[in-house]
Design a protein around this ligand. Structure first.
Ligand code: PEP
Ligand code: MG
Length: 555
């Protein structure tokens, strides 16, 4: 826990204790002083009389500000890559692409000429128009692009107004930062040394802010309406990032109970960490593999440090999204080798590209779909673009020299979905003189796949439950949509019953799970009773899940 202050009890007695329930988006505990930061999204405009405006001068100012921001973004990317994560650094590459976009540049100039406005005003209105277009789109990725645009717009306007320091550079050390929303560039100024916790009005579990907070290990609670009005600077607070509970101006009783919880949690984690490297064996002697889900080099290093038995889910979408052309198999292999360098010799289960629908690729002409989650996702998409599948398989088999490689097919609904991969895998292996094929698995993440496991089974070597999508499709509840969150129950009987059914229908099939449910301590026993012998969880959870397995009896 980040304990940042000794709370002033006398002061607290005068203020009323307030308990607020928000959404837990990054786990951990913190105790500290509230710092309100209202201005992160505030526009800075210098008004100029239209008749005095010199268009050429505004063009020059715009060009200079753009060049400066471009340079800053490159430096930020380097800093983030060094201090946080390569994948996250790519966010700033995307921002640079926005700045370099010719359509956007032309529209900015046109705005200055047509409306005789300053470069700053032009940036404000043009970016707002673009942002609105993205925010109106259904896809989550497109909506996140809206955030990126806003971020670049603020940078540009600040540069045009001659403002060079970022508000977060001046926040008090170890405070609990309270703001409406965090944009990617804000998060660079938030490092684990200076921020105890973050409280937000807006920020979904999958947002940039959540991603950065988790990577930095900073507890974060979001979805607290009117947060800036509810709290005051200098308030003391207890942040429970595990449960999403915020206690403002806590009384003695709340503080004592919070500190006890934190101490207990610390001891549990320390004990788990000490034994992280040891195998996870149940009380009745069954060895369970506890693997990690990874997407970038940092995740994999954490997986290694936390004693993961292998990589149970390697998501490769980040190599495709944000590119203007697909990677070649050599490029893909290079990226994979970089991501996996810390786990050489271990099991690596690479999931084939799971894009389509709400994760469109810029270099593929996607048709708009009314129900994207039910559209051309995962293997459905790859079946339409076999050249993309071929490139991946070629890169993956090249990994076999250094890793125990497995391949996982996403969004399987019918046997043909795995058959096409198997056939192409055989061809690629023959072409490249590979005599032993890597193991092929089907993700069981649609009810159709779960209910027809026995027809899929003859074509695969293992199955992995994707409980995130299995829940979304079983409950017909969009996993990204907070307004149907109460329908999205990944630990409901329905989900376990489907897993039991698969185990009963194909009792000899090795079963694993790589959805978020695998990281829930309280459900480990039930998962193991469904015949699951491999759990794949977020890297920081590996030690505690191993410890949970060690305390479980399944016979
Ligand atoms: C899942 O659906 O449970 C899963 C692991 O895949 P993703 O979350 O990447 O869709
Ligand atoms: Mg899935």
């Amino acid at each position: 826990m980040k304990d940042t202050t000794s709370i002033d009890m006398k002061e607290n007695k005068q203020k009323k204790q307030l308990i607020i329930q928000g959404a837990a988006i990054s786990s951990g505990y913190a105790q500290g002083i509230i710092h309100l930061q209202p201005g992160l999204l505030g526009p800075i405009d210098v008004p100029v009389n239209g008749t005095q405006l010199n268009v050429e001068e505004e063009f020059t100012r715009l060009d200079q500000a753009t060049a400066k921001i471009s340079n800053d973004l490159m430096m930020l990317a380097t800093q983030v890559e060094k201090e946080i994560d390569t994948h996250l650094a790519e966010v700033f590459g995307v921002h640079k692409q926005i700045l370099d976009d010719h359509l956007l540049k032309d529209e900015l100039r046109k705005e200055i000429v047509d409306n005789l406005v300053t470069a700053g005003s032009a940036v404000k209105s043009v970016f707002l128009r673009w942002e609105k277009r993205f925010l109106l789109m259904e896809s989550r990725i497109a909506r996140e692009k809206g955030d990126d645009l806003r971020d670049v717009s603020i940078r540009l306007r600040n540069a045009l107004a001659g403002i060079i320091t970022h508000p977060l550079e001046k926040i008090p050390e170890n405070c609990i930062l309270v703001t409406q929303r965090l944009l990617p560039s804000d998060t660079v100024f938030l490092n684990s040394r200076s921020t105890a916790a973050v409280l937000l009005e807006y920020g979904a579990k999958g947002s940039h802010a959540a991603l950065f907070a988790r990577q930095l290990g900073v507890p974060c609670i979001s979805e607290i309406p009117k947060i800036l009005e509810k709290l005051s600077n200098g308030d003391t607070a207890l942040v429970d990032g595990n449960l999403g509970v915020l206690t403002v101006n806590p009384g003695c009783k709340a503080i004592t109970s919070f500190q006890k919880t934190v101490e207990k949690d610390k001891q549990i984690h320390q004990a788990a960490q000490k034994r992280a490297i040891c195998p996870a064996v149940t009380l009745d002697g069954v060895r369970i593999n506890v693997n990690a889900n990874v997407g970038c080099h940092e995740d994999t290093s954490k997986a290694y440090r936390n004693g993961a038995d292998g990589i149970g889910l390697y998501r490769i979408e980040q190599f495709y999204i944000g590119r203007t052309s697909p990677p070649s198999s050599d490029e893909l292999l290079d990226e994979m080798c970089h991501t996996l360098s810390s786990v050489k010799g271990q099991l690596v289960c690479v999931r084939l590209l799971d894009v389509g629908a709400d994760k469109p690729l810029p270099f593929v002409g996607f048709m708009a779909e009314t129900n994207p989650a039910l559209g051309r996702r995962g293997i459905r998409f790859l079946r339409e673009y076999p050249e993309l599948l071929y490139t991946q398989l070629k890169a993956i088999i090249s990994l076999m020299a250094d890793y125990e490689v497995q391949i996982l097919v996403p969004m399987v609904t019918m046997p043909v979905d795995v058959l096409v991969v198997k056939e192409m895998l055989q061809t690629v292996c023959i072409e490249h003189d590979v005599s032993i094929l890597p193991k092929l698995g089907a993700m069981i993440e649609t009810p159709a796949a779960a209910l027809s496991a026995s027809t899929i089974a003859p074509h695969v070597d293992f199955m992995s439950f994707g409980s995130n999508d299995l829940t979304q499709y079983a409950f017909a509840a969009d996993r990204e949509n907070a307004s149907v969150e109460s329908y999205y129950n990944d630990d409901a009987d329905v989900i376990f019953r489907m897993m039991e059914l698969v185990h009963n229908d194909v009792p000899d099939m090795p079963l694993s799970i790589c959805g978020e449910l695998a990281g829930c301590k309280e459900h480990i026993r039930r998962l193991l009773l469904c015949g699951i012998t491999s759990l794949s969880v977020a890297a920081p959870l590996v030690p505690i899940i191993k410890e949970t397995v060690r305390k479980t009896k399944i016979t």
